[in-house]
Design a protein around this ligand. Sequence first.
Ligand SMILES: *Cc1c(COP(=O)(O)O)cnc(C)c1O
Length: 387
Amino acid sequence: MVIPYGRQDITEEDIESVAAVLRSDFITQGAAVDRFESDLVEKIGADYCVAVNSATSALYLGCRALGLASGEYLWTSPITFVASANCGLACGAIIDFVDINPNTFNICCDALEEKLERANKIGKLPKVLVVVQMAGASCDMRRIRDLADRYEFYIIEDASHAIGGKFLGRYVGGCQFSDLSVFSFHPVKIITTGEGGAVLTNNPKIAREVEMLRSHGVTRDSSLMSGAPSGPWVYHQIDFSLNFRLTDFQAALGSSQLKRLDYLVEKRNFLSDRYINSFSETGLEFQQIDDEVYSSFHLFILKIDEKKVGVSRHELYMHLKELGVMANVHYIPVHTQPFFSKKGFKPSDFPASIDYYSKALTIPLFPTMGIEAQDYVINSVRSALPR
Ligand SMILES: *Cc1c(COP(=O)(O)O)cnc(C)c1O
């Protein structure tokens, strides 16, 4: 038996919805993409949605739409996938990080406030802050919004993990407190389109900009052209971009998956609760989920303090691997990646992230995981612990 840390849940209905598009006349970006975007708007509660071919593209196009430019600063958490930082590099921006809260694994608001105060004094405030809703649990978006108003930066929510999660009773990604949010539809995430992503926003200008940048910076809208078009075939390239489009058959899969979003997230919460109950009194620690947060539990992360648990993270990882339980680590702190080390970041710059990284282990969690498979994981973990 081999149990991965995550996997997609594709139904016959999903397959049928994709097949229907493949049998139709159009398979690239068209009506099914439009429908997926309006389905997301309706479900999540933002005013606009632009679907693209990955969350990486969504983050990059979001940065572009906010006008992030060469020499400006983008800040993010070290505990994220590299894409949360690289979107800024692609715009020529300078990347910096804000350390995490060791309990929530999200960006630490106190550290953020202190760093903003210091940056303000030397005129190096960020233009964009990418907050990462780690493992599906929202940051304290009210506090981050207050700081954004005070220090005038844009907030991008990297909600790649968090579709279906809630903050203050409303779906993450609705942009109540942010300028735009991004979802990922990679197969390990909550719902999938194979590869895919989306930008959601309540700002019509951002939506229009992302839409244009999704396809070469080209428009067919005559009101955006310089001068009247010289024929009905005319399109104008008014900015530089490349091709970031999603296909109609991917979007059809997305719309079909989206119908099951609440069920999938409930299942993840059910399995997470079972893990938490099964590991009480083992010394293992879990992500703290604040009262105003409903996590989508994209990941179930254990924190293993060898002094409390009696076994190291490395030992537990190897033990699980031998039993066919494929754990994983999310994430290697981005500032320690060779590319960022070369820019001068030292591991000790963000000590809470380094400490988290030395202890974190993601164990399998996905909706199609049955109780028996979960019990196998639970027993495998328990069998590694000293009795
Ligand atoms: C998966 C992920 C991304 C990138 O998503 P893709 O759709 O694979 O481009 C970005 N940020 C975070 C936090 C992610 O987990």
